[in-house]
Design a protein around this ligand. Structure first.
Ligand SMILES: CC(C)(COP(=O)(O)OP(=O)(O)OC[C@H]1O[C@@H](n2cnc3c(N)ncnc32)[C@H](O)[C@@H]1OP(=O)(O)O)[C@@H](O)C(=O)NCCC(=O)NCCS
Length: 179
């Protein structure tokens, strides 16, 4: 397979491969517990943690496991979006997204998800992209339903966060369903 795209251009946003130069901005956006409430890898208690997270993800990119992008709006980091658990045998992967609170409700995640799904289906040739969502994360459930994801079921005790197990809904979009 050829190299993965490090930049994807949308109408209002640009997705750029996550690099260390974004550590400060990402760290700042992750200081808000409303943003991180349902996210794994909170990594916001110290900028060093954010830098380690980014380094780790650059390694995962090299190993063709995870593609992590910063969502840029007028050259500012608004959040991140990623394809992870890339499985080129079964042609499946997971998509996750988060934005700093000041960027919510502006259809930024919608545009970012469409851009990355287009890349996943049309260029990486994925057959199924799935989304794991904490069952109490209403905004996220509505968001993924709005972009056309279908509920597959509930994964019991699929996560262990802050000392508690949590159930997660699994949603997905198939290639033929994506427009
Ligand atoms: C989920 C998230 C990425 C949505 O980002 P966003 O850019 O605000 O979403 P959009 O503006 O593209 O919204 C598209 C649709 O999502 C739904 N939605 C988004 N935020 C919502 C909220 N707080 N409550 C209910 N529905 C919501 C709506 O249906 C909305 O369409 P509408 O505005 O026409 O009603 C954002 O809320 C976020 O970063 N949350 C914290 C991190 C997180 O939980 N990520 C998901 C992990 S699975």
């Amino acid at each position: 397979m050829k190299n993965f795209k490090t930049v994807l251009f949308g109408e209002n946003i640009i997705l750029k491969k996550l690099e260390l130069k974004y550590a400060q901005e990402i760290y700042k956006l992750r200081q808000d517990t409303d943003v991180t409430k349902f996210l794994p890898n909170k990594y916001h208690n110290g900028k060093k943690k954010t830098e380690d997270y980014i380094k780790n993800n650059i390694e995962k990119w090299k190993k063709k496991k995870t593609l992590n992008y910063v969502i840029l709006l007028s050259n500012r980091a608004a959040g991140m979006i990623m394809l992870s658990k890339l499985d080129f045998k079964n042609l499946n992967c997971e998509l996750g997204v988060w934005l700093g609170k000041e960027f919510w409700h502006k259809k930024i995640a919608n545009e970012a998800a469409h851009l990355l799904l287009k890349y996943a289906f049309n260029e990486l040739n994925m057959e199924r992209v799935y989304f794991l969502i904490n069952q109490n994360n209403i905004a996220s459930i509505k968001f993924f339903e709005k972009i056309g994801a279908k509920k597959e079921g509930l994964l019991r005790r699929a996560g262990y966060i802050d000392g508690k197990f949590e159930d997660k809904f699994v949603y997905s979009i198939l290639k033929e369903e994506f427009r």
